[in-house]
Design a protein around this ligand. Structure first.
Ligand code: GLU
Ligand code: ZN
Length: 315
């Protein structure tokens, strides 16, 4: 289990370090909604300068643990788009598909410390009791086969200070649930993988879309559980940006076929994304190069201008 500790870059513990990340799932190409998350996390990292004059680092993690939902070639296409948009990352990108042993080590340590249990409840059964899981299987001894693994939630953390949204209070009942960390279909749960890898990559600031506000509560509990047991870690700061919503009221995502953005003409999308993020790119920037535009955006990034509203209609 000792090697878990070696996974973390030592520098992440220094207060003056900023290590941000963008963590796309390769279930489709980048679209305007994901570009906004990429740009915001990049700008927040690169506009940070520590006392030694060093900018924050910005890392990439490809969240490819959900193989059935993966689209062939999407990871490479996402990386090429980021480059075309002038969003260059530091360090080698991390693929979650290479992290299975690390996740398994964490799961087995949690289980050895009696911080998790197997559950065989179905979605329909949980729905029938009101949609919130009530630790039904806590004292049953289900075998691992055909079971999900749930964490024993001792903390139920449900409030935090968001970098953009201010004080956020999440649904208390949901935050108190013993949530799934390994799925019945044998996939590692998003909550487990995202926290394990933010720790592994020494992430200090998580900037992402508002659709992940509620999961943040669970992630806070997971950090606390790990830190109190066998994996010393610092909880990162979180910042959630508004979601781009289509006319139909749906989140602009790969699922509702948002158009792919154009690698050959990045400027209009960058300018639209900056405006969406409450920044004020000047008219002259319309004819700027991608490099000039990104440089301007870093130098003029205003956290306080990012809209507080959770949903904005872009149509
Ligand atoms: N992979 C997740 C997504 O594409 C994002 C995870 C995160 O930023 O924490 O929605
Ligand atoms: Zn159960």
């Amino acid at each position: 289990m000792q090697n878990l500790h070696l996974k973390r870059p030592l520098e992440a513990n220094k207060a003056s370090q900023y290590r941000g990340r963008f963590a796309p799932s390769p279930s489709g190409l980048l679209h305007f909604g994901s570009l906004i998350a990429a740009l915001a996390s990049f700008l927040d990292a690169k506009s940070f300068v520590n006392e030694h004059g060093q900018q924050g680092k910005w890392l990439i993690r490809i969240e490819d643990i959900d193989r059935p939902r993966e689209q062939q070639g999407a990871s490479t296409a996402i990386l090429r788009t980021l480059e075309a948009f002038g969003l260059y990352w530091d360090e080698t990108e991390l693929y979650q598909s290479t992290q299975s042993q690390y996740y398994r080590d964490i799961l087995s340590s949690l289980s050895k410390q009696r911080l998790s249990y197997y559950c065989q409840c179905t979605r329909a059964e949980i729905k029938a009791i009101g949609g919130i899981y009530q630790s039904h299987c806590l004292n049953t001894n289900h075998p691992p086969q055909n079971s999900a693994l749930r964490i024993i939630n001792r903390f139920g953390l449900h409030q935090f200070n968001d970098l953009f949204q201010g004080h956020v209070v999440c649904d208390k009942k949901l935050a108190n649930e013993d949530f799934i960390i390994h799925r019945k279909d044998d996939l590692f749960a998003y909550q487990l993988a995202v926290v394990a890898d933010d720790i592994a990559q020494g992430i200090t600031h998580v900037v992402r879309g508002c659709d992940l506000l509620e999961p943040t509560a669970r992630q806070l509990t997971l950090y606390q559980t790990l830190n109190n047991s066998f994996l010393k870690c610092n909880t990162p700061l979180f910042g959630h940006i508004p979601l781009a919503i289509t006319g139909g009221g749906y989140k602009l995502s790969k699922q509702n076929k948002a158009p792919a953005i154009d690698n050959d003409r990045p400027q209009p999308s960058i300018i639209a994304a900056l405006k969406f993020l409450g920044q004020s790119p000047k008219a002259e920037l319309h004819s700027a190069s991608v490099e000039e535009l990104i440089k301007w955006a870093i130098n003029n990034w205003q956290r306080s201008s990012v809209p507080k509203v959770v949903e904005i209609n872009i149509d």
